[in-house]
Write a protein that binds this ligand. Structure first.
Ligand code: CUA
Length: 171
């Protein structure tokens, strides 16, 4: 069979394009700076969160000098705790997991945004500033109540935070 020179040229061009596509997808998947939620070694049994030391009691706690950890559970169709109360001008590491299906966790108006996968713990660290109230959204379709799945993040003054915790209640 005779193949015309131009035909060959275009065939070669098409093959190169395909290889470039595969190359870029591969690079995107394993390249530097790209981490999937599932890459975390932090596996957890979504059916036994009640027995997990971090998630049995979803809460915010101080873990260092001006550093707080928030343990949050997403479920159909809310977040717990809500509001997530943290003190102003602090560093907050959020650990978020799901009790049921895949959810999203997005602090509205900020770049704090992660997918929440049952069996995995998503971790994001944010620096919070002045006292402010933020909305918390689920941005993964998770069922009939998805559109109403929301929570709150309250950044409060140090004073207010101290008052809240005086009663032994961690907000
Ligand atoms: Cu949870 Cu959508």
């Amino acid at each position: 069979m005779h193949i015309h020179a131009y035909e060959k040229l275009w065939l070669a061009f098409a093959v190169i394009l395909i290889l470039l596509l595969i190359g870029s997808v591969t690079y995107g998947a394993v390249g530097p700076g790209v981490a999937m939620v599932a890459d975390s070694e932090d596996q957890i049994d979504p059916g036994a969160l009640d027995e997990d030391e971090r998630f049995a009691e979803p809460r915010v706690e101080q873990v260092g000098d001006n550093h707080y950890a928030a343990y949050v559970i997403a479920y159909q169709f809310a977040f717990e705790p809500s509001p997530i109360v943290v003190p102003e001008n602090s560093r907050v590491t959020l650990y978020v997991t799901s009790r049921d299906v895949i959810h999203g966790f997005e602090v509205a108006g900020t770049n704090a945004n992660t997918m929440v996968v049952p069996g995995e713990v998503s971790e994001i660290t944010v620096e919070v500033g002045e006292p402010q109230e933020y909305g918390l959204l689920c941005n993964e379709y998770c069922g009939a109540g998805h559109h109403g799945m929301e929570g709150k993040v309250h950044v409060v003054s140090e004073e207010e935070y101290a008052n809240l915790n005086e009663g032994g209640e961690t907000a």
